[in-house]
Design a protein around this ligand. Structure first.
Ligand code: FMN
Length: 218
């Protein structure tokens, strides 16, 4: 196969680098949405950007399921309510009181909702890189989510990841192929309150630790 000719690489100047850091600092997991719709074609454009993410063997295993149907959305919301109640029951004392006050999903307001899956049987990529680590398909789908998260932020949109949910319940509601493994359910829309501090940090649940804590040297 002929290789595609490379176009000349752009340079990223100091202004861009500063803006990029701002983008990372202001990207939030959003749970409080405005209910107004997002522009027509925006979701598709965000998926297009997400498809630039790295993937094992260039397999692009991500699958986006846009959920517009009211009944299916309701089934997902019910699963969240049940799982969130169970999660609350695992907390004790003051933590339980704090947990009960947290808003952990924007399922009632978010104008756009979608699920992301990773196709475990895709032939794209011809199995490269995933023989010893099949979980790399999931990692690839998460890379696409992160790319979309940043692309949404640039558009002034917020994305919220909902994992307090039963994958089986979502799969049943969305009737996806058996070979698709659930990655997460997402809310998308304009945030009510743009913020450069994570909501869980504002709520006193957890705080960001210093990056030096995450480096091990051998
Ligand atoms: C894999 C994953 C699952 C998550 N699930 C939830 C969730 O179910 N509910 C929620 O409110 N936030 C969820 N979050 C968002 C995190 O709480 C959030 O990323 C973290 O508190 C840091 O905040 P930030 O994303 O605004 O920087 C999830 C994030 C990730 C990466």
């Amino acid at each position: 196969m002929m290789s595609e000719e490379a176009s000349s690489a752009p340079t990223f100047d100091a202004v861009f680098r500063a803006k990029f850091l701002e983008l990372l600092a202001w990207r939030r997991d959003v749970r409080e949405f405005r209910t107004d719709p997002i522009p027509v074609g925006m979701f598709e454009r965000l998926v297009e950007v997400a498809c630039l993410a790295p993937s094992v063997g260039l397999s692009q295993p991500w699958r986006f399921v846009l959920v517009n149907d009211v009944g299916r959305r309701e089934a997902v919301r019910r699963s969240f309510e049940i799982c969130n109640q169970e999660a609350l029951e695992c907390q004790r004392g003051e933590r339980a009181m704090l947990y009960a006050r947290l808003k952990l999903a924007g399922l009632n307001q978010a104008p756009v909702q979608f699920a992301v899956y990773a196709d475990q049987e895709t032939e794209q990529g011809h199995l490269l890189g995933r023989k010893t680590m099949p979980e790399t398909l999931m990692y690839s789908a998460v890379a696409a989510v992160q790319t979309m998260w940043l692309a949404a932020q640039i558009e002034g949109l917020g994305l919220g990841w909902v994992s307090i949910i039963s994958p089986d319940a979502v799969n049943a509601a969305l009737q996806v192929p058996e070979s698709w493994r659930f990655v997460g359910y997402f809310c998308l829309g304009y945030p009510q309150h743009p913020d450069d501090v994570p909501a869980l940090q504002r709520a006193g649940w957890e705080h960001r630790h210093n990056s030096s804590e995450f480096i091990t040297r051998r």
